[in-house]
Design a protein around this ligand. Sequence first.
Ligand SMILES: Nc1ncnc2c1ncn2[C@@H]1O[C@H](COP(=O)(O)OP(=O)(O)OP(=O)(O)O)[C@@H](O)[C@H]1O
Ligand SMILES: [Mg+2]
Length: 265
Amino acid sequence: MKLEVRNVTKVYESNSKERTVQALNGVSFSVEEGSILGIVGESGCGKSTLSRIVAGLEEPTSGEVLISGLPRKGIAKFIRKSSKRPIQLVFQDPYSSLNPRQTVYHAIEEVVKIYDHELDAADTQTRIFELLSSVGIGKDLSHRYPHQFSGGQRQRICIARSLAAKPEILVLDEPVSALDVSVSADIINLLLDLQREFNLTYIFVSHDLGIVKHVSDSIIVMLAGEIVEFGSWTQVMDSPKHEYTKRLIAAIPSLENLKIKETGA
Ligand SMILES: Nc1ncnc2c1ncn2[C@@H]1O[C@H](COP(=O)(O)OP(=O)(O)OP(=O)(O)O)[C@@H](O)[C@H]1O
Ligand SMILES: [Mg+2]
């Protein structure tokens, strides 16, 4: 499933309409099926706005998002029939994205009941345990509540919940920036394993070029709502066009202590 973003603009207006924020300005790019696109840029450059628009949680002011060549709006009907959701968003904060009063089992069940509604009770349970196991959470923990898990485990649960909708594209908006370095590496390795296992397409958003370097096939550098650089990792590293990209590359911290698997290994 190819994803294409065409000339997307987003303007936020304050209540008084006196102040407007141009969060995105003419953003265009595409992502090939089964590949990982990294998006980097400093705080406020529009990464989360773009993530929400791509995932369909927000509409652009102008421009469009195409999935397999079809406008995302038009595909809504198709999605309802096909019992899966092609794009899912995984948020930065695994603490606030789970309902504190819901066990992990029920958090996953809620989604499984929408996208696998034909399953009987026993098969539903099997599916829930399967999803949890794919992210490394044992079924013996499924009766627990979110606060009984660590941040990393919670992010695993959020990932399982996203996978329950059988997406082909995952938008990961700073999925590890709320986590410790060693936990981050575990989650990134898990995401890379899942990507290969299910042939998923990722849009991996981070303010950290060092992390994006390890995961992405191609990267986008954003600055103030615009794309200033787009290309394969080597293209961007070897011949960065924009001054801002050069500064980002120079500032990549040493990742020796971050044990992330090499991609393509
Ligand atoms: N719902 C909103 N209403 C008004 N302005 C918004 C809204 N969401 C984002 N903005 C503004 O749009 C711009 C882009 O914000 P966005 O959250 O997309 O940036 P970001 O790159 O994700 O930043 P961060 O790295 O801090 O997460 C910012 O100026 C922000 O204040
Ligand atoms: Mg953000």
